[in-house]
Ligand binder design. Structure first.
Ligand code: SF4
Length: 360
């Protein structure tokens, strides 16, 4: 029979208070329950032993504990980065990644959609098309998935990047609602400065986010310094071109005082020339103070489109041209590459293994 219980992660404090009152329970239980869900190590209602047995039973009857079930998990060769494939109630599957860093931070990467409408040429998720948006609970339950493991080890999620499957700003309401839960001191209590929302460059939504007055970090996927190349790699560029995206990024910096990260996937022979690097540097300088910008160069992972990564010397030359213009440029060798940690890749690998409809 279909499980129609609402998800507990979708319940506001007010909604929970009303439910508790109707069940003759004291109001303080609302905060206690919500905090336990955000910061506890329990993985089911039964394990929430700080609550009376009868209350746990009533909550379990009324609310789904989680909207996600683990299907598969892979760890990178060094055992550090872990990627989980999660099944949603309708059978859809999404990915989330835990990236610990030198024992001083635990960053996680969240998905916001099943598939993605942006169709970036190098991206396995983009190949799927957009199947649907995630609910706020489905985003938050990815965080809870990792949090309970970390809490058991005396640790916690410290940083969150919205860079998994989907375009976070294309699912604006659920993404923002999840951000507000993550920064809530009564819940996950993560500083907004430790949250990063990544976008392919949806200009109206970048402006809308700037107006929220939440000092979250913004990462804008640029991937090319000119409209012709960017439109080839990112079809969304036909709607909002390079100049419009850079101008929106500058407005975001002016409003939030946060530095901006430009993501730049390096594709051999497509966008990795010295000319492209010089043009990119000039663009960033023209649209603001270079010291407010950080370019993250990402040699492409094997995936759709048949793209290959540039030679190391080419990548280094590209980075140096940016640095010579006063721009911070780093090269990201994607963590957990051996576990298919590129966007949407674990799902594709798992489908191939299980014989389900593979998309590549
Ligand atoms: S790279 Fe990001 S925005 Fe582009 S298709 Fe993939 S998930 Fe969507």
């Amino acid at each position: 029979m279909a499980d129609d219980r609402p998800a507990i992660s979708d319940q506001s404090e007010q909604a929970l208070l009303s439910w508790l009152e109707a069940h003759g329970e004291p109001a303080y239980r609302a905060k206690q329950i919500r905090r336990s869900l955000a910061r506890g190590s329990a993985s089911s209602w039964e394990e929430l032993t700080n609550l009376p047995h009868a209350l746990r039973g009533a909550l379990a009857t009324e609310f789904r504990w989680s909207t996600v079930d683990l299907v598969a998990e892979e760890a990178s060769a060094d055992g550090e980065t872990r990627k989980a494939l999660l099944r949603l109630r309708d059978g859809s599957q999404i990915e989330t990644v835990l990236m610990p860093h030198h024992g001083d931070r635990n960053a996680i990467c969240l998905s916001t959609q099943v598939g993605c409408a942006m169709a970036c040429a190098f991206c396995a998720t983009g190949e799927m098309g957009l199947l649907r948006n995630l609910s706020t609970a489905e985003i938050i339950d990815q965080v809870r998935h990792w949090q309970k493991d970390l809490v058991r080890r005396g640790d916690r999620v410290s940083h969150v990047v919205y860079m998994g499957m989907g375009e976070p700003l294309h699912n604006y309401a659920a993404t923002l609602a999840s951000v507000r839960m993550l920064i809530d001191h009564e819940l996950f209590a993560i500083s907004p400065r430790r949250l990063t929302i990544s976008t392919s460059g949806l200009v109206p939504q970048i402006d809308r986010l700037a107006a929220e007055d939440l000092p979250v970090n913004l990462a804008v996927s640029l991937h090319a310094p000119d409209d012709a190349t960017r439109s080839l790699v990112m079809p969304v560029n036909k709607r909002w071109g390079v100049e419009a995206v850079l101008a929106a990024a500058a407005r975001y910096v002016a409003r939030t005082r946060r530095r901006i990260t430009f993501e730049y996937v390096l594709l051999r022979g497509v966008n990795d020339s010295a000319t492209a690097a010089t043009a990119l540097a000039a663009l960033i300088v023209a649209h603001g103070r270079p010291q407010d910008s950080h370019v993250n160069l990402i040699p492409v992972n094997a995936g759709p489109g048949g793209f290959t990564r540039p030679r190391i010397e080419t990548t280094e030359r590209f980075a140096q041209i940016l640095r010579d213009a006063g721009i911070v440029a780093t090269v990201r060798i994607s963590k957990g590459q051996d576990i298919a940690a590129g966007c949407g890749q674990l799902k594709v690998v798992n489908e191939r293994r299980s014989g389900a409809a593979a998309r590549v």
